[in-house]
Design a protein around this ligand. Sequence first.
Ligand code: PMV
Length: 331
Amino acid sequence: MKATAIAPSNIALVKYWGRRNNELVLPFNTNLSMTFDKMYTTTTIEFSDAHERDVVIINGKEVDGDKFARSSKHIDLIRKMAGIETRMKMVSTNNFPTRAGFASSASGGAAEAMAAAAAAGLKLNDRELSILARRSGSGSAARSIHGGFVIWHRGERDDGNDSYAEQFVDENYWKEFRVLATVLDEREKKVTSAEGMEDTVKTCPYYPTWVETAKKDVETIRKAILDRDFKAVGETAEHNCLKMHALMLTTRPSLIYWGPETIEIMKAVQAWRSEGVHAYFTIDAGPNVKVLCLKDNQEDVAARLRALPIVKNVIETQPGPGARLVDEHLF
Ligand code: PMV
């Protein structure tokens, strides 16, 4: 019983920040993302009596502690669903820096859910897989099951069965849309999203306003994507990102995920815009910045970014397909 899945990472254009249920990973606000064509995790999982204990190997290193606990808890849930108790071996690789705001936990959680479900013999539909990916501990993994542009519904139920992500247009709908991911700082972040958002919900005085206004942002961006209205997508996504960072800054203790180079890129993008360059930024819980633009000015924006000495690398992406099973295993 061995299966391998490839799952892409994604970038939220309307962020999720804050959980109404930590255990089930249920968000306070509906959110919206684009799935990347280029940044992905490949995961092979095998359930076998030959394994005396669970083993998790990520990017060539056996992991223990929190990372191991997270995966093995997720796999336990899948074992329970499948009615098996067999131990497993999991080998996983990312083709991009781990834990630097590139949502490796999103692609990792989605690949883990899909590979483990298949290896355990479960036959799940996309909605069930999205719910299972969410249970990896990384909520944004729910979105990585799907390609193109995706909405993760907050849901109303306490059991979370109506909190899943679904595609609203596929990766071919707006092929010209680009996200240029800048690599500025590859160090792992000190406060995880789960810890940070828990503190925000408890202590940030602006949290209710966030939940209220994020609802409108989802509607605005959804419509703008359907209309292929880049300006409306960019303006709303940048504003939504700044609102999330305003929450983080005003959490106790405060969460400053930016570095000096983050601010430099934010200012550069805004300055380029005043020169007539159509580009906007968005940032997750880390220092790296993603720049939104269209194919028409991709070359120009990428060249401007690469010309900044603080930029180590620019990964140029567009909407891509969702998670899938493949025949080539990692072991
Ligand atoms: O996927 P999580 O539960 O680790 O949280 C991710 C949160 C953000 O990346 C900051 C925002 C988002 O919606 O992706």
